[in-house]
Design a protein around this ligand. Structure first.
Ligand code: SF4
Length: 396
């Protein structure tokens, strides 16, 4: 079945071919599947958690987070009852924090609207915050045995090669075609295993670019791209979104008696709900920005004391986001003059003022901060003779 001039129409995929794909894939999966912790359970909560964590994140990175999360929040009720801060703390380092916020909101919806039980169908699951077609299909098929389809990046790559799909797979007709194929292929018997087998094939055998290991692939006899020698051409590469201009951010360590001011970001948006040193987008995009003055201005807005600024930056680092490079330049600002007021006293400030806290350095690591902010903090080797990097890494 070589690649034809047009992609295989979905309704022309023959019944014998469907049977062969199902049979070969399931037989292969039985012997080749990786022993992953979320494959030891049929608990929809644990499966949902793993699916949320695995979006955009490698399996090896996810495993320790998955264990820690389940240890701290063993059930959906535990997660629903938790503070968002505690959830974000556990999520810190995984990135894409909207996933953690959605998990928390969806857990509350399961408890409040479904008496703590997950909806058992893909349609029902789609009503939960952050649960889209893919996640709904994965939970419904794996946890509840519903004949529901899944299409993720791995499945899309496998289908594009098996069925010679050359369209853009991100949206429009290409995406629709993928879903229609997935719905046609998924069997009523063992739909969860079948879906996992497809994803496993994409993750371990039908690899991107020139990485496909076709000679060991259980589907090579069914594969249009393999028959036509077109594997490396599929899927058709998407046009890359150009990286936007660098964003300059000024960060300030506002130091009061070896406690640093940290601010909670707004819940929505980039790094939403996480804690960070005070930051502001630099006022000029010119190559030379007076970052020291801007850090002083930033600190001045936040505290009611004179500020002594160190004009030499303690950090000048870049952090790459998907479509943007963020450059952080940080300065140390010390409060001088009269003792700090009660509003900012070390004793009371942690609880009195919401969204801002004064913390000893070693405690900053224990709250939810982004990977970018961790890089900023770790770039500061010494301040006041304190070895910050060591303190951060020693913290729980
Ligand atoms: S034969 Fe090659 S291209 Fe086709 S599904 Fe298998 S690994 Fe992918």
């Amino acid at each position: 079945m070589p690649c034809r001039s047009r992609s295989d129409p979905v309704n022309e995929i023959s019944a014998p071919r469907i049977r062969a794909i199902r049979h070969r894939l399931l037989a292969w999966f039985g012997g080749a599947k990786r022993d992953l912790p979320w494959r030891q359970t049929s608990d929809p909560y644990a499966i949902w958690l793993s699916e949320a964590m695995l979006q955009q994140t490698q399996v090896a990175t996810v495993i320790p987070y998955y264990h820690r999360f389940l240890q701290r929040f063993p059930t959906v009720r535990d997660l629903a009852a938790a503070d968002l801060d505690a959830v974000l703390e556990l999520w810190a380092g995984l990135g894409y924090y909207a996933r953690a916020r959605n998990l928390h909101r969806a857990a509350q919806a399961v408890v409040e609207q479904h008496a703590g039980r997950f909806p058992r169908t893909a349609d029902g699951l789609r009503g939960l915050p952050g649960v889209g077609d893919y996640t709904a299909g994965a939970i419904a098929s794996i946890a509840f045995g519903e004949r529901a389809a899944v299409v993720d990046g791995n499945v899309a790559r496998v289908f594009s090669r098996l069925f010679c799909i050359r369209e853009n797979l991100q949206g429009g007709p290409g995406r629709d075609r993928l879903w229609r194929i997935a719905e046609k292929l998924v069997p009523a018997d063992r739909p969860g295993d079948f879906n996992q087998a497809l994803m496993e094939l994409g993750a371990t055998v039908c690899l991107p670019k020139n990485g496909a290991m076709c000679l060991t692939c259980p589907l090579k006899s069914q594969c249009g791209a393999f028959a036509a020698g077109r594997v490396a051409d599929l899927p058709v590469k998407k046009i890359k979104t150009p990286v936007k201009d660098e964003l300059h951010v000024v960060a300030a360590i506002v130091d009061s008696r070896n406690r640093w001011l940290v601010i909670q970001r707004p819940t929505e948006g980039l790094w939403g709900g996480l804690w960070e040193l005070p930051t502001m987008v630099a006022k000029s995009s010119a190559a030379r920005i007076d970052t020291a003055s801007q850090a002083e201005m930033l600190a001045d807005r936040l505290v009611d004391r004179d500020i002594e600024i160190n004009s030499r930056p303690f950090c000048d680092i870049t952090h790459q986001l998907t479509h943007r490079t963020v450059r952080f330049v940080g300065h140390v600002c010390r409060m001088v003059g009269r003792p700090v007021s009660a509003r900012h006293s070390a004793k009371e400030s942690d609880v009195v003022i919401p969204k801002r806290r004064w913390l000893p350095i070693r405690e900053i690591n224990a709250i939810g901060i982004s990977t970018a902010m961790r890089k900023v903090l770790e770039s500061l080797v010494t301040i006041n003779g304190t070895h910050v990097r060591k303190r951060l890494s020693r913290s729980p």
